[in-house]
Every structure is written in C-alpha cells, then in structure tokens.
Write a protein that binds this ligand. Sequence first.
Ligand code: PLP
Length: 385
Amino acid sequence: MVDDYSALGFETRAIHAGQKPDPRTGAVIVPIYQTSTYAQDGVGGTREGDYEYSRTANPTRTALEQALAALEGARHTLAFASGMAASDAVLRTVLRPGDHLVLGNDAYGGTFRLIDKVLSLWGIEHTVADLSKIDEVRAAIRPETKLIWCESPTNPLLGVADIAALAGVAHDAGARLVVDNTFATPYLQTPLALGADIVVHSTTKYLGGHSDVVGGAVVTDEDDLREQLFYLRNAAGAVPGPFDAWLTLRGLKTLALRMERHSDNAELIAQTLAKHPKVSKVYYPGLPEHPGHEAAAKQMRRFGGMVSFRHADGEEAALQVASRTKLFILAESLGGIESLIEHPGRMTHASTAGSTLQVPADLLRLSVGIEDPRDLIADLNAALG
Ligand code: PLP
C-alpha cells in the first residue's frame, strides 16, 4: 500500500488517498459507517485517533477528508454539512467582534447574506471590493482586517482574481486569504499552492458532482487553525452524515474526467453564444476577450463548466429563455453531470437585491453538464429563437 500520495497524479490520489481497502473485510470501497457511536475498550480507554461519537469523527468522513486534502495538496480537510456550514465555521473561527473582512463584489449570494445579515449582528464589519483590482483591495484594508474572502472564478459573473497577488495583499496586512474554490475544484486550481491560507468548498457542486448530496469542506495547512475548526465543528455540530460523506467521496473519484468534459462543453457553448445575435455579452474566463483570461490561464488548468450570458433584449427575454430550454433544467445549484440554467437576479442571488453586489437583470447562468455538446447547443439555440 502506498503511504505518501503527494507524488502521485491527481487521478490516482482521487481514487486511492484515504481509501485503503477495509482492514477487517477487505472491502475495496470505503464502507458507509452508518453508526452514531463506537464501542470503547474501557471507561476512558479510547485511544487517540479512535472513534467515539460520529459528531466528532466518523471513518467514512475521515476517508473523504483525507482524499480531498490530497487533491488540494493540503495537510488538513474538515468536511461540513453544507458549503455554508463550512464558510460559517471559517468566519466564526477566524473573526471576533470588531474585526473586519474584505469580500469580493461578486460573491455567492448566500455568503454575502451570512456576512452582511448574520455576522454583522456580532459586530463584524465588511467592505465589498472588486478583487480583480488589487489597488481597490488594498484601499479596502483596515487595521482590523483579518480576512480577504475571495471566489475565483466568481458566481455568477465569472470574474477572476489573481490569487497569488491577493495572498500578498492579505499577508502584508497580517490577514488571511480564503478562497472559495467551488467553481474551479482542485482539479483546475489549487489555491494553497498559490499562497492562500484557507480553501472552502461547497462539495454539493462539482466534488459531489451528481446533484444528489449537500456538503461542504474547509482545507488548510495550518495545524492550529485545523484544531480550532475541529473544535467549533464538534461544538456546533454541522457535520455531514456518513452516506453524504460516501456519496461525495464517490464523486471525487471521477472529478478529473468530469472537469475535462465540463470544460470542453462549456468552451464550445461560450464560443457559440458569443456569436449569437440575441446574446449581448458572454462571461467565460476561457474566452480571450474575458478581462480575467490571462490570470485564469496562469492559475487554472482549464476554465471550468460555468458560463453566464446576457440577453440582448433584456430581463423578460432572458426569463423566457430560462423557461424554454428542454435539456438545460431550470434549477439552482451547479456542478452536476446534468446541465442547468438559472436567472441569478431572481434565484441564486435574490438575497443580494439592493446591496452593492450588482447582478444584471438580463443575466442567465449555465452550469454546463457532460451531455453531448451538440444537443446542448441545439437546446440553447432553440430557446434563444
Ligand atoms: N460557495 C459557492 C461558490 C456556491 O455556489 C455555493 C452554493 O451555491 C455555496 C458556497 C454554498 O454551498 P451550499 O449550498 O453547499 O451550502
């Protein structure tokens, strides 16, 4: 059995790291340890590393954590019940009343809501900035700034931040850089290697990959931070169940194959939409005219499966397209094998209405699946009319 996976390729790590055959039965696939508690050797006799209660630790979850850590090239991963639970744990572990964070102006609506509506009640302040503009980020930093919270590519405008440059700004200010790596996944981008301190994931998306499980994860190299996050997770209890951990682990095994195909299909669709007369603008970091193309090419292996575009005839026309597609399913979320379409202004990003986050009303977001791209393009052409 291999003990050190770090020198092995991504696909090998996805299938083997943390996933040795079960020592008792030889089961090749890590079992779903569907148990809440574990027999102990004697009162107080649990050995370090042994399991005692599944809120604290569960072997299926441990396998998922080890596999994802290996994919991010990190020392530690902690799995959570959802992406928001993971983000919440990072925010509540790192920030205290009086602290301040800088948040991207195009962050996921739920992240913005948590920071703007919930953390603010505890005296934590934030400034929204365009993270692709390093001077704007520097100007937003205050003496109390403890975090820069970055998504790259962003949701839903596919903006790209230079992660290495942002890490430099954060560290100069004595702050940490968090990267929400949900859109890119570790197959396309490994933020810790670029200087980030913490990675968060909604594993609900590409990591699970099949739209059948909700989950989240936090990834870091810092031992102390891992202990603090572990403490909070155990104290607050936002853990994924064993079956959810198993489904996510199963998804990880095919991540590389899926991300290649998502990227192939999205590239074709972005190019097609860019030529369509009813489309006024396409947001895809793989297009050379995208303002973040150069930064994306530097830090990403490929450009991923998310494409957003604006309808030339405005919001009503965009809503019509979303209701007319037959293969692209009208639904929130992203990152599954099936293609989805949604209207961010009224759906995923409705919670940002009236805030400084600006989502155009004529914007549609596509999560491009792994179907035959010819069928997907025909579906979009028919819906655009
Ligand atoms: N981060 C990003 C970029 C997301 O798109 C989402 C959900 O859409 C989340 C975080 C939150 O994840 P979850 O829905 O698993 O709580």
